[in-house]
Design a binder for this molecule. Structure first.
Ligand code: FMN
Ligand code: FE2
Ligand code: FE2
Length: 414
């Protein structure tokens, strides 16, 4: 992929990773990109670097525009490996460049590299760097999603370089939203935004909302958002801002995700009458079997749905391990505003359903009790009980959804 001018004198110099399928544990069925940007101004300035595996791609992109030793400034928006990884190589080629980074970023960067001979400038919100006709304005966004995260707004170009926020894991021959939606689809783009948010940013909803409001308050005139992964928003940057505001508000579909696993199919057989009860109540339903589904997909489907039923057999008095694994992922993502319930098959003492309710309560998620447990295989009356359980659960979910969420206000409060 060649360099691409995204604004006058500002170039995408990143790399497309078509092959990556596992990104620190999350599946990336469409690969990803490592975006970085070279501002060819009086002071040539590089914002972020590419993942180390792609360092020579990044360097040759830079070389096609400029001798790297002429780079004056390097901005590091956050120090995660996929964006900081090539910095040592870049500093070999541009030893006199000055690095702009937050205080925490600097402390972390010192753990990755020997920085003793590097020029480093710590920056905070409001600090600026004039590169010539452009001025960069730094906006700290701590915990979005690393403690040192910041964004860089390019005054004069109406461009927000937003590091991981607003990004998506999509390898593509297109760089911009309008190109992507024309050649692939808006649905795929939206789904990738949701996937990224659900798996990486779910814990930070409150912070996200207040940061977006802060950016709005700063009066930054933004007509392009360029994240560090995936597609650049130029046709409609407001689209991704609105999606983030909605997700930060906990917006979800009136839908129930049934997420389960099974040893001998009894818990699996329970999902069918439960699902029928749900859809007969007019609520959408999605059924996901763990071990047959990547964890990050299960998390995404959980997040899209207003409520979730988790199903597990009992194994050695415990919940089934793949279900426990799912719950551990979910707990770390600190979801709110999702109504929970549990079901499962057992043989003698049981325990999985209780374990699940204990876990939901520990996570402070609202629950519908009691759950439903069936001994060994389902009989006719168990099918009926499961159907009623699904139907009643869906009824409660609809009330929950209508009471609190169909009027979700995603505007910034003054
Ligand atoms: C290795 C193993 C350990 C089990 N441990 C328990 C247990 O401690 N308590 C219990 O109630 N049932 C236990 N069971 C029985 C299962 O929970 C029961 O067979 C259930 O119907 C399985 O549901 P499934 O068909 O959805 O896998 C165990 C089954 C197996 C195979
Ligand atoms: Fe990151
Ligand atoms: Fe990243």
């Amino acid at each position: 992929m060649n360099v691409i001018e995204i604004k006058p004198g500002i170039y995408w110099t990143g790399a497309v990773d078509w092959a990556v399928r596992d990104f620190h544990g999350y599946v990336t069925p469409s690969g990803t990109t490592y975006n970085n940007y070279l501002i060819m101004d009086d002071e040539p300035t590089l914002v972020d670097t590419v993942k180390h595996d792609f360092v020579e791609v990044g360097v040759s992109n830079i070389r096609s525009l400029i001798d790297p030793s002429k780079i004056k400034n390097i901005v590091i928006n956050h120090i995660e490996n996929d964006h900081l990884g090539s910095l040592d190589r870049i500093m070999e080629l541009s030893p006199s460049a000055t690095i702009y980074i937050t205080k925490r970023g600097r402390q972390g960067m010192d753990r990755f590299f020997d920085t003793t001979s590097w020029n480093i400038k710590e920056v905070k919100t409001g600090d600026t760097l004039k590169t010539g006709k452009y001025t960069l304005r730094f906006v700290e966004t701590p915990m979005l999603h690393w403690p040192d995260s910041m964004m860089t707004y390019v005054e004069g170009a109406k461009l927000l370089i937003s590091q991981d926020a607003f990004g998506q894991h999509l390898a593509s021959t297109t760089r911009f939203d309008d190109e992507f939606t024309a050649s692939v689809s808006m649905t795929e783009l939206e789904d990738s935004v949701i996937d990224y948010y659900a798996n990486i940013l779910m814990p930070f909803g409150k912070l996200i909302k207040s940061k977006i409001c802060e950016i709005k308050d700063m009066g930054l005139d933004i007509d392009m958002i360029a994240p560090d992964h995936g597609i650049i928003w130029r046709a409609d940057p407001g689209k991704v801002l609105n999606m983030y505001m909605d997700m930060a508000e906990g917006k979800a579909k009136l839908q129930i995700a049934i997420i389960y696993d099974t040893m001998w199919h009894s818990t699996e057989h329970m999902t069918l009458p439960v699902m029928r009860g749900i859809i007969d109540e007019g609520v959408a339903c999605k059924v996901i079997k763990l071990r047959a589904t990547p964890m990050s997909v299960a998390i995404k489907e959980f997040w899209k749905s207003r409520a979730c039923l988790v199903g597990s057999p009992t194994l050695n008095n415990e919940v089934f391990p793949s279900v426990a694994e799912f719950m551990i992922h979910l707990k770390g993502l600190r979801p709110t505003d999702r109504l929970m319930g549990a079901f499962g098959s057992y043989g003698w003492g049981g325990g999985a359903v209780k374990w699940l309710y204990d876990t939901f309560k520990n996570m402070k998620l609202p629950v519908v009790e009691p759950g439903i447990a069936v001994q060994y295989r389902l009989r006719n009356e168990d099918h009926e009980k499961c159907y009623e359980f699904g139907r009643n659960f869906a009824k409660t979910v609809r009330e929950f959804h209508e009471k609190g969420y169909n009027t979700a206000n995603s505007a910034c409060q003054k």
